[in-house]
Ligand binder design. Structure first.
Ligand SMILES: [Zn+2]
Length: 205
């Protein structure tokens, strides 16, 4: 029996990023939040589409361009139908897309983590390997994710890294979480290794 526990964590952000834009009603730069609604305007054979954002203070709207003067024949029919229906899956995906314009964009820390055991057992585990699937952008740092999900303090995470017991790559613990992140934790001789391994699986007992 292998004493390596392999788990997959899928991280789903609670909130889409919010751009800070000049609100002419508030007369100030304000965060705008996606409404989830898509507006489509067909002018002859040309189609424009926008994702509608609202000022978080006054509800003033701002349209984020999705399609600009696109010829209807170049738009995949299923996409056009989804745009016209404000399909929730599509509007969520659009709200998480990278911004082409240089804007101040706020990313949030709140996430839901779905955990799945790929192989191995929590008891006894000499090592835990965590593979992260992050389909959408989040502002959450790697050390905050690992600390909260394994119920450890961030200073403990740091000291485990310093002792060579914990490694995260690519990047490092202080970076925002990105798809493909891997974390390896050596548990051999760690006094609360069983609890750490169990927390990594998402199971209570
Ligand atoms: Zn406003």
């Amino acid at each position: 029996m292998s004493d390596v526990l392999c788990v997959q964590w899928t991280i789903i952000p609670a909130n889409a990023p919010e751009p800070w834009l000049n609100c002419n009603r508030c007369r100030s730069t304000m965060p705008f939040r996606t409404s989830g609604k898509i507006r489509v305007n067909a002018n002859g054979k040309r189609v424009d589409a926008w994702l509608i954002y609202k000022c978080t203070s006054c509800d003033n709207t701002w349209n984020r361009p999705i399609l600009e003067r696109r010829h209807v024949s170049t738009i995949e029919p299923h996409l056009l139908a989804s745009l016209q229906a404000s399909d929730p899956e599509l509007s969520r995906r659009l709200a998480f897309e990278e911004w082409r314009r240089k804007l101040k964009v706020e990313h949030f820390d709140g996430v839901t983590v779905r955990k799945k055991v790929v192989s191995g057992n929590a008891r006894p585990a000499a090592r835990v390997e965590i593979a992260c699937v992050v389909p959408e952008t989040t502002g959450l740092r790697v050390d905050r994710l690992v600390a909260s999900e394994l119920r450890l303090s961030r200073s403990r995470i740091q000291s485990m890294q310093n002792a060579g017991l914990l490694a995260a790559w690519p990047g490092d613990l202080s970076r925002p979480l990105r798809d493909g992140l891997r974390v390896r934790i050596e548990l051999h001789g760690v006094h609360d290794g069983d609890e750490i391994a169990l927390a990594a699986t998402g199971r209570e007992t």
